[in-house]
Design a protein around this ligand. Sequence first.
Ligand code: NAD
Ligand code: MG
Length: 389
Amino acid sequence: MRKVSIFGATGSIGQNTIDLIKRDPSAYDVVALSGGQNIQQLAEDAVVLGADVAVTADETRLSELRAALGDSGVEAAAGARAIVEAACRPADWVMSAIVGAAGLPPGLAALQQGATLALANKESLVTAGQLIMETAQNHGGRILPVDSEHSAVFQALVGEDMDAVERIVITASGGAFRDWSLEDMARATPEQASSHPNWNMGQRITVDSASMFNKALEVIETKEFFNCSHEQIEVLVHPESLVHALVGFKDGALMAHVGPPDMRHAIGYALHWPERQHLPVARLDLANIGALHFRAPDPQRYPALRLAHEVLELGGHAGAVFNAAKERALDAFLDHRIGFLQMADVVEEVLSQLSPSHCLKNAEMSLDTVTETDHVARRTADTVIEQLA
Ligand code: NAD
Ligand code: MG
């Protein structure tokens, strides 16, 4: 039996992971599950899966979690520190599916005990790419990408040499406002930004898909994970969301990964890697689909993509600045304090204010320096937002 833990178990990725595990419960020994506000879901899954411990991020809800777990024998814990402690418990395979920078500490803890980390939490790579890759290397841990584009690239690279790679193309659906005018985007509400044409995901990543901040994070994630140069990374708008990524080789070949927009494919690939096993995802009928469309992203509508390349040119802790500013700008948009297009203005302004002090190439990187940068960038973003609002 493989020991598995799932952080962010109550979210969209977490629930898809649990769906796969529940289909073959005798193969897994569940160590830890973590969640946030959805105590009932967390407790129910922890009991059904027979987890050793269930942890909620919210310290004020420990007694509620304890009550929901009843006499099941599942231990209850709460708070950010308890999540990291749970990630220190030995496990073979750990799903990192917390949303935001909060996913970094438990991911690092899991790698430090040599686990295979299935990484959905792209913010870990964006904020601390060098640190997380080195931690995996130094402790015999392994990272398997779960973001669909990165899983697709990873699969296209099986048996290939990175030296033979010319470019990596990740696709974007274009999100909720794919065909909207700039004027309409400027007036878009959080409700409008929260529905995705193809994927069913958590609210924050759905809004980030509409602004392409999600794709910007993924450009940085690609650079950090595959160790290519940022000039080799391209983004292509592909409204059908069936081709997830393409790898271009120096002989001119393009290897595309094609599959249904169902995260259980990428999660299942990471769960069973290096084998492939049957997965309960739809089989594509390409004759029926008929046509696939691609177009270049409009830089005017998606400034986040330009900012991602700037972050990669800056280096150092620029990723942590970018992510933290983006998280605060997203909070402000969701609270109706700034407009949809102003999110990019906030991030750009924070980057320009902090790049002389916090985006130095070759700066030492540790969890402390990343956390400090994250805090400074959040405070700076809040000031910029106040001035805008
Ligand atoms: P979600 O909002 O559905 O779930 C997030 C999970 O994190 C929940 O369990 C929540 O309780 C927990 N959480 C939230 N804030 C927390 C905090 N401060 N501390 C601890 N736990 C906290 O999000 P999601 O869509 O499942 O996305 C999870 C991660 O996976 C994100 O990094 C996202 O970018 C990435 N991802 C998601 C998808 C997708 O299809 N949903 C695809 C690719 C990558
Ligand atoms: Mg993705």
